[in-house]
Design a binder for this molecule. Structure first.
Ligand SMILES: Nc1ncnc2c1ncn2[C@@H]1O[C@H](COP(=O)(O)OP(=O)(O)OP(=O)(O)O)[C@@H](O)[C@H]1O
Ligand SMILES: [Mg+2]
Length: 359
């Protein structure tokens, strides 16, 4: 049962939590509704891009303050933000080197890319769980990490070691939960910074895509870097992409930042499969009840104003973060749970909207 008195008491306690720039968290516009259930307290703090680290101490202080007021309950305080995309490469955008004609990727029937206007919106999380949900629908699925500057698929899928290489130099992808997965991240040392200059990145992408033995895949899901840069353009110019799924958070939708990426894709004639709203509501761990902390309907309205299908909403829950960090995506670790079901719904809507994906 929600407890409005306790929520108010927690909010009052947040008056003692200072935030960067001055003032108290209790009066901060980015503080979400405070959800109180019999065993848990949950709320989110939305921060401006680049402010995540600065807000770290405030998050911890908020956690401690809430724990004091609501002892015995699990306290979940999330920081959410939309990162700015990295600068895009001019040369590729202007097509200076002249695009080579598109050619199919051996063994791959369809490519579905997952993109976003900004970083940190949960693209990789959605890509991985969507790939697994598509597999659960009976399709043969692969996963390519095209985020060469910040690969996260090895961690999300728990990939270990480098991929094997055949005698002819072709990569043998990792097998993760039945998914064939490739990421530059599993070829680098964990502490190695990834520094590519534009042409190197695009040739690395070409190699990962085309010099991998994908076997026979119905769908290769590609996790794109944020925004629209060299890598996107290189991918869309060299391969036929069946469609792109755009991931956005409610905050980003409010600003319609995703629109820039969508406009770019339209200009490149890449079909849009639809919009996924991530981190959009809480599910109380004890009651399973849903709380729309940022209001409801924003994503559907945004999707229709952007003239694209709304594919579904993913809750903001610790289990998604924990399972992602632990290399056990929620679609595998708790297939029947509400978070995984949200991904199943999205997979089914994508397949219903584009039946060719099953062929
Ligand atoms: N629905 C969710 N609930 C809770 N945490 C989430 C959710 N979705 C993503 N996260 C967490 O948010 C962080 C960012 O997610 P993720 O890495 O998937 O985003 P991204 O858009 O791929 O980021 P980048 O632009 O850096 O590639 C991760 O720590 C992830 O575990
Ligand atoms: Mg990512």
């Amino acid at each position: 049962m929600a407890d409005p008195n306790l929520a108010a008491a927690i909010k009052a306690a947040l008056a003692s939590v200072d935030i960067p720039g001055g003032g108290a968290l209790s009066g901060y516009a980015g503080l979400s509704e405070i959800i109180v259930t019999t065993s848990a307290v949950a709320f989110a703090i939305a921060v401006a891009p680049g402010m995540e680290a600065a807000f770290g101490p405030a998050r911890e202080a908020a956690q401690a303050a809430a724990a004091t007021v609501a002892p015995g309950r699990k306290i979940m305080v999330s920081l959410t933000s939309d990162k700015a995309p990295p600068a895009t490469g001019q040369a590729a955008a202007q097509g200076r080197s002249g695009p080579a004609p598109k050619s199919p990727v051996s063994g791959v029937k369809h490519i579905v890319a997952v993109g976003s206007g900004k970083g940190g919106v949960g693209k990789s999380t959605v890509a991985v769980n969507l790939a697994l949900a598509l597999q659960a629908e009976g399709l043969r699925v692969g996963m390519l990490d095209a985020d060469l500057y910040g690969p996260s698929i090895p961690k999300l899928l728990g990939l270990e070691g480098k991929p094997a290489v055949r005698a002819d130099g072709i990569f043998i992808p990792h097998d993760a939960f039945g998914i064939k997965a490739m990421s530059i991240g599993s070829m680098l040392n964990p502490d190695q910074a990834v520094v590519w200059r534009g042409p190197m990145a695009t040739s690395a992408l070409r190699q990962l895509l085309r010099e991998t033995d994908w076997g026979d895949l119905d769908i290769l899901v590609i996790d794109l870097p944020p925004g629209t840069g060299d890598i996107h353009i290189s991918l869309f110019q060299q391969a036929e992409v069946t469609g792109v799924v755009i991931v956005s958070t409610p905050q980003e939708l409010a600003l319609i930042d995703a629109k820039k990426a969508i406009d770019m894709l339209r200009r490149l004639n890449v079909p849009l499969l639809g919009l996924v709203e991530n981190m959009s509501y809480f599910i109380a761990p004890d009651t399973g009840r849903r709380y729309d902390i940022f209001g409801t309907g924003g994503a559907e309205t945004a999707a229709s104003s952007l003239d694209m299908p709304f594919l579904g909403a993913i809750p903001l829950v610790m289990t998604i973060r924990e399972t992602s960090d632990g290399g056990q995506p929620v679609v595998v670790s708790d297939f029947a749970g509400p978070e995984a079901q949200a991904f199943t719904t999205i997979a089914r809507r994508i397949l219903a909207g584009t039946p060719a994906l099953r062929t």
